[in-house]
Ligand binder design. Structure first.
Ligand SMILES: *[C@@H]1O[C@H](CO)[C@@H](O)[C@H](O)[C@H]1NC(C)=O
Ligand SMILES: *[C@@H]1O[C@H](CO)[C@@H](O)[C@H](O)[C@H]1NC(C)=O
Ligand SMILES: *[C@@H]1O[C@H](CO)[C@@H](O)[C@H](O)[C@H]1NC(C)=O
Ligand SMILES: *[C@@H]1O[C@H](CO)[C@@H](O)[C@H](O)[C@H]1NC(C)=O
Length: 424
């Protein structure tokens, strides 16, 4: 009788189990050896990673970025880039500091200001829910062990290598990955315009800034409150007019470097093209968003506009001290940004980042209303123009919508003359 439970079979059976076990142990030892040889090469990293492995993998992982600097526009772009970096790494962005002042090099004067003093924190997370998320530093369980990620630099640090690095470090065990060094504006860009637009939509200014913008917009629509000029509320065109000396020097250099002749517009050219915008009612108020340096030279920007267009700047409106004067550079820019955003018509320079961001947001608002193109030159809501580029003829400004299909934000960060009336 040869029952499967005979002692002989049982012995053979147990022998084969022993064999299998030995093989498995062998395999395990082999992989362990591989792992160890790898870990001696990367000892500090793996040691620190194992040190942290008690933090459960389901817990949140975070990304920390350096203080965000420069003007409002560059700070908005840098912030969005930090959010999208965190998204690529499957991490939550720790709320970064913005900078209240515009100092480029004197680091000690870069007055840090928390993101939530300018933009609404909870609102951001609810609007961007499922896309990107912000966390507070108090959400981190243990900040003593974070991983410092140094981004590469130089010509050999390509976009591809940068993205590879982000993906590689996304999976590491550390609760916090901290990017050290360069500010996010200078990082490589890996994201399409649509992704940036989504982040910008979630950035809603805090109530205080919004109320100040309301105050300015109301004063504009009342024509400065002088009922000899007009009664009731009138439409307004915001013109982001860059003709100050600093800009003129910058744009002339840019024209030479890029071999483009349509970057610098003179005051006369801006006045002619804005005056030729179709369908403006009379009277219409022009809000001239100009550099402070132009306000002091007894405002020659206020004269020379065609009849029916009533120009104002901050000083003539009486809001320079009353509203803007109370705030830091960054908040002043944020108020101006809101005012231009809310204008019936916006006219800017396609080589200005400030103008480009406003047009991007207005384009997004138009698309939400169902318009992907504005080529008919009708009087749609949220319409925008570039005064530095000729439209249908030389004397009219070009209708401007942001091309939402671009695969990077380059045209918006650095300006472009290939601007059109369609968003696709
Ligand atoms: C953070 O982690 C370190 C090292 O693991 C430990 O010594 C320290 O007590 C931890 N702190 C807290 C607050 O858990
Ligand atoms: C992030 O998570 C998603 C889904 O959980 C996964 O498909 C993706 O590979 C992860 N990305 C990285 C860089 O780990
Ligand atoms: C634009 O306006 C100017 C006057 O400011 C006028 O001479 C010119 O013909 C206009 N151009 C067009 C195309 O309407
Ligand atoms: C928008 O950008 C895409 C991709 O860069 C391009 O193919 C398309 O022609 C552009 N559209 C317009 C209206 O310029």
């Amino acid at each position: 009788m040869n029952s499967p439970f005979s002692s002989k079979n049982l012995r053979r059976f147990s022998k084969s189990i022993t064999c299998k076990c030995l093989v498995l142990v062998g395999i395990a030892l082999f992989f362990r050896a591989l792992f160890l040889s790898y870990s001696t090469r990367n000892s500090s990293f793996l040691f620190r990673a194992r040190y942290m492995s008690d933090s459960s993998s389901t817990a949140h992982k975070f990304l920390e970025v350096p203080q965000i600097v420069w003007g409002l526009n560059n700070q908005k772009i840098a912030f969005a880039r930090a959010c999208l970096t965190a998204r690529t790494m499957n991490r939550t962005l720790l709320m970064p500091s913005l900078s209240a002042s515009l100092f480029y090099k004197e680091v000690d004067k870069l007055r840090p200001i928390p993101f939530d003093k300018v933009f609404q924190f909870e609102r951001f997370n609810s609007l961007c829910n499922g896309f990107v998320r912000l966390a507070r530093f108090s959400d981190v369980r243990n900040r003593t062990h974070s991983f410092d990620l140094e981004k590469g630099s130089g010509r050999r640090w390509t976009v591809e290598r940068d993205l590879e690095q982000l993906k590689q470090f996304a999976t590491n065990e550390f609760e916090v990955v901290r990017v050290v060094g360069k500010n996010p504006f200078l990082w490589h860009d890996h994201w399409p315009v649509k992704d940036y637009a989504k982040v910008f939509e979630c950035m809603v200014v805090v109530d205080e800034i919004s109320r100040e913008a309301d105050k300015v917009v109301k004063r504009i629509r009342q024509g400065g409150g002088d009922n000899r000029i007009m009664t009731g509320l009138v439409p307004f065109v915001a013109v982001h007019m860059r003709i100050e000396i600093d800009w003129m020097i910058h744009c002339k250099k840019l024209e030479q470097r890029l071999k483009v002749s349509e970057i610098c517009s003179s005051k006369r050219e801006i006045m002619e093209r804005v005056g030729n915008i179709s369908g403006l009612k009379t009277p219409t108020v022009l809000y001239l968003a100009v550099a402070d340096s132009l306000l002091d030279e007894e405002s020659s920007v206020l004269t020379g506009w065609r009849d029916g267009l009533v120009p104002f700047e901050k000083k003539k409106l009486g809001v320079k001290e009353e509203v803007y004067g109370k705030y830091s550079y960054l908040i002043q820019s944020a108020i101006d940004y809101e005012v231009c955003l809310r204008a019936d018509v916006f006219v800017g320079n396609s080589f200005s980042t400030f103008s480009s961001l406003i047009v991007l947001e207005r384009t997004q608002k138009m698309r939400r209303l169902g318009f992907t193109s504005a080529c008919e030159d009708g009087e749609n809501e949220w319409r925008s123009y570039a005064y530095n580029l000729a439209g249908g003829s030389k004397g009219v400004p070009r209708r401007w919508m942001t091309n939402m299909t671009h695969s990077s934000l380059e045209a918006i960060s650095y300006g472009s003359s290939s601007v059109s009336c369609s968003s696709e």
